[in-house]
Design a protein around this ligand. Sequence first.
Ligand code: PMP
Length: 412
Amino acid sequence: MSDTNQVHGNRLDPWLDSYAARAHGLRASETRSLFAVASRPEVVSLAGGMPNLKDLPLDRLAEATAAMIRADGGRALQYGNGQGLPVLREQITEVMALEGIDADPEDVVITTGSQQAVDIITELFIDAGDVILAEAPTYVGSLSIFSTYQADVQQVPIDADGVIPEALEETIEKLERAGRHIKFYYCLPNFHNPAGVTISEARRPQIVEICRRHHILIVEDNPYGLLGFEGQTYTALKTLAPEDVVYLGSFSKIFAPGYRVGWAVAPPAVREKMKLASEAAILCPSSVGQYSISMYLEQFDWKTQIEDFRTMYKGRRDAMIAALEEYLPNCRWNVPAGGFYVWLNLPDGVDAKEMLPRAVTNLVAYVSGTAFYAGGRAGRDHLRLSFCYPEPADIHEGVRRLSEVVSRDLEI
Ligand code: PMP
């Protein structure tokens, strides 16, 4: 190693002094660092939010994809339009219509998963120190983005009916009195990740009205909205206030995440900026991913496939609730009406973060509640259990193993 490198940085990373300030906040999230261990076959992972793809018709998909490449390869393998493939933008409005949302294909920006949409929105709106409102808890992947842009994330309490409007307004007023600039409210309305709850119909207009009164943009992130176990859907905030909401959707949970195709629907001025920011970052979303999804939406019975996913996830939700009732009666949890997650409240004296290594040793993995709070400042009394991926028998066994660890921790 050269002298220069010994003076600057440190032995592990000689470029430490050179990073931008925002890069110092980049750390492996609690979920990421767990993935390696949790993916060992002997561990029952109740940690990841991976959709279960076992029922997708892979042979037919392979044939249809090959035919699509033969017919359309010249375009599907080429650079495309920065806003996304026009025919897919039309089809996306049909997907959104299932939740009663009336979107104009012109307002759709296709992104590399909805994750990229969150990234672009944050890039466009956040200077270091600006405030983002989010629920307490909120999606860990968005927290990573917010931290990269050095946002100050203020989290608002939720209950079984989702975010509490009075608490939202109180938080806003307190921040405004302190002269803080609130840029947007990042909202997970349906089958919340990680809390599993859904904002009640009664609260939706209240939330929109509060944000409108305080001139706060709403970012409505809705990857699970079509996965209600009874086929139920809810009024989108976007429908209530089209000009005040950037809506985010994704094919990851209703089809397959590997294509990395999601989308945003934004008011025209924001949409234009999003398109430019996306072009600057990636030129265009994956053409082959978009062509494949467009082909799938055209040639396959995707609505029935979504119903099949719902039935499968409902069975897994039931398996998890039954196992919790059997093994962890001293904990509290919600019964989600859709989506992938149960948010488990541990008994007093049990710390989700500290217990995790012991759980993994006992061959079960979860995500500590701390992952879902900015800076890990809260959440030790909760953990997130995902029921999407493991088979029902494995869910049962995973919860049994978890109960052993919780009981031991209670004795300490
Ligand atoms: N938002 C939420 C709430 C999520 O749970 C996820 C994926 N777990 C995403 C966004 C990102 O999804 P994708 O980029 O695959 O569309």
